[in-house]
Design a protein around this ligand. Structure first.
Ligand code: ATP
Ligand code: ZN
Length: 285
């Protein structure tokens, strides 16, 4: 039987979440920091641990069938790979930033200026699209110190909280791209049965992530109001209780409107509300 290979980051910001996602998909493997390849004991899959920058090319060239990597890295390496699934972690954005005292006020102010970045491809396309001609200075790390050293007038770098920019006397100025971790595959691999199985498992884990399973007891009279409040996956299940005139309602609630829903349910007469985490939601309609 053939074995698929999936490449994930060996260490860094995407490693932990990538490992967690694969484990939540029911895949058993050892995660030794020292090894480059880990076989999965209960699925025909091997996990390759690589530097994130190498992942898109490995997937394009078929050394790995699948990979988990930031969209920023995929775009920068300009490879031919298939986007199979957005994974919702590793979120960040690539931004242009200028010094706090810069006289640049809009994008056109970047004409003829120099911009330091580790993302020359993405930045080049962005400037071209906006009809701006700047001098792109490619540097591989610590881009944020370039203006202070007199190396550039602006920078283009990954920003999540903005703390690093601030401590270097810089302010964000324009968004170039937003990014998150993506499951990629080499062209055509999405037809493969094992790949489809894996994608379905990943979607089941992602679908369950921000949802809670909620069970409550309620007087039968309050049911219309409660049902109106609760769109479940289909509709909530209603089960009669031994006590006459009472029912149990089972449903799924999105984490983000959880507390508002709970307080409204209590006002409607719901009692003994149990809240449980959901591990997976299988079988998308
Ligand atoms: P490697 O050693 O694998 O080359 P790296 O140092 O290039 O690692 P990390 O800093 O671990 O990369 O970032 C990996 C990815 O995490 C980035 O390419 C980006 O997609 C994402 N990311 C999310 N938040 C941030 C952030 N605040 N700064 C940088 N990257 C971030
Ligand atoms: Zn890297």
């Amino acid at each position: 039987m053939k074995t698929l290979k999936i490449a994930i980051q060996k260490s860094g910001r995407l490693n932990e979440k990538s490992v967690e996602l694969l484990k939540n998909c029911g895949l058993n493997f050892e995660n030794y920091k020292s090894s480059l390849i880990a076989p999965v004991s209960n699925f025909p899959l091997e996990i390759l641990f690589l530097r994130d920058d190498d992942i898109p090319e490995y997937v394009q060239d078929g050394i790995a069938d699948l990979g988990i990597v930031g969209e920023n890295v995929i775009e920068e390496t300009e490879v031919q790979v298939k986007y199979l699934q957005e994974l919702g972690f590793g979120k960040c954005s690539l931004k242009l930033a200028i010094t706090n005292n810069s006289e640049i006020t809009d994008l056109s102010g970047l004409n003829g200026k120099s911009i330091a970045t580790s993302y020359p491809v993405i930045l080049g396309k962005f400037l071209q699209k906006n009809g701006i001609s700047s001098d792109i200075r490619t540097i591989s790390g610590s881009v944020e110190i370039a203006p202070g050293l007199g190396l550039s007038d602006a920078i283009c770098d990954i920003v999540s909280t903005g703390g690093t920019l601030k401590s270097n006397g810089l302010k964000p100025f324009a968004d170039v791209m937003s990014s998150q971790a993506i499951l990629i595959g080499r062209e055509g691999i999405e037809q493969d049965d094992l790949v489809q199985e894996l994608i379905q498992r990943i979607q089941s884990v992602l679908d369950a992530k921000d949802k809670k399973y909620v069970v409550m007891n309620a007087p039968k009279d309050s049911l219309p109001g409660i049902l109106e409040l609760l769109p479940g996956i289909k509709s909530p299940s209603v089960v009669p209780l031994a006590e006459e005139g009472w029912v149990a309602v089972h449903t799924v609630i999105e984490e983000r409107d959880f507390w508002t829903k709970i307080s409204q349910l209590r006002k409607l007469g719901a009692q003994g509300i149990l809240v449980m985490p959901i591990e997976k939601i299988c079988g998308r309609p």
